[in-house]
Design a protein around this ligand. Structure first.
Ligand SMILES: [Zn+2]
Length: 139
């Protein structure tokens, strides 16, 4: 036996037990399935609203997980950079140039660069990476 969520042509929701869905279709075609509210024999299976809700919730959960994974990866990058590179702040472009042209000892640095700085460094063939920087969590 299966329990089906049904509704009639006037949108009255009701439930019915049937041996299986084929039996329901057979009875429905013969007009044997009647709406208990209005007696209409024009009935159909109702949409399973709870399933729709569940899958939406699952998608939202996945999006949250993805966001959490990205945040974790960015935090790792930040920690790696902070412990392995010298912070030069807004002097990044200048320092990168000095290192590139051998004016100072080669070392790994990080700091802030404007879009103009970044474009100039690229034009001069100076290698650098850009990472999305997360604001440090305030405690
Ligand atoms: Zn009805």
């Amino acid at each position: 036996m299966i329990l089906l969520d049904l509704k009639c042509s006037a949108d009255h929701p009701f439930e019915g037990w049937f041996p299986d869905s084929k039996a329901f279709e057979r009875q429905r075609r013969k007009g044997e399935v009647l709406c208990p509210v209005c007696g209409s024999s024009e009935v159909e299976k109702a949409l399973m609203a709870p399933n729709v809700t569940t899958s939406k919730r699952k998608d939202a959960g996945r999006a949250e997980q993805t966001k959490a994974a990205v945040m974790a990866a960015l935090t790792q990058v930040r920690e790696h950079v902070e412990s392995n590179c010298d912070y030069v702040g807004p002097e990044f472009a200048e320092e990168a140039r000095k290192i590139h042209y051998g004016e100072v000892e080669k070392r790994d640095i990080y700091g802030e660069a404007s879009d103009d700085d970044a474009r100039e460094l690229e034009e001069e063939g100076i290698e650098f990476g850009r990472i999305p920087w997360l604001p440090r969590a305030e405690h």
